[in-house]
Design a protein around this ligand. Sequence first.
Ligand code: MN
Length: 247
Amino acid sequence: MAFIHRRGLLLGAAALGAFAITGRAQAQAPAAAPAPAPTGPFTLAPLPYAFDANEAAIDARTMELHWRFHHGAQVANLNRALVGQDAFAAMQLDELLMNLSRVPEAVRGAIRNNGGGHANHTMFWEIMGGRGGEPTGDLLAAINRDLGGMTEFRNRFNAASMGVFGSGWAFVTVTPSGTLAIATRPNQDNPLMDGQRVLMGNDVWEHAYYLRYQNRRNEYVSNWWNILNWDKIAARYGAAMAGTLRV
Ligand code: MN
């Protein structure tokens, strides 16, 4: 009020008129209309296959809901959190996640959850849509060397997936020299937040499997291997060693 009085004294009728117009405009604005999500800098890419491409493990309805609404909301909320954060909005997603400690605290949680979710789901869609089986070549050699071979790898990865309490992810991380390791993260955290790259990973949030499997996460994590696309995972392995793997 002191501010308005001072302005009124200084500017007289012009200032009072402007105040009246502002007041009327505010009264006519729709109540609590949420601002539309910005369309960038990040976007929800189309799935690289049909919703029913992963039926051997994941039903089409789950694929559609998961991609359109869960992942879609994370992209929209990430863009919202980046409004006014021009330096961070200009970053690639991996760079953003590797620099979370520099993000202003007011939006750090939103960027961690939604940026992590965007990275996790982008990788997740990419590595599925296949027919399972086993990898060959350099990737198989690395699995044999670092993870005890395919049978032990599957057993250890499934045990890690089952061991995630609540919502989270199981990952295989890959170093620039091609060394593999199994890791888990809670919520939508991603190993990029610790400076590590992800080769592959499985979403063990209930939204990823509940329609078909309900509480039977073990059946989901077991069937998930049947829809992996090892050509895509091998390409990610090559990219990791070439320094071109992003999320
Ligand atoms: Mn998910």
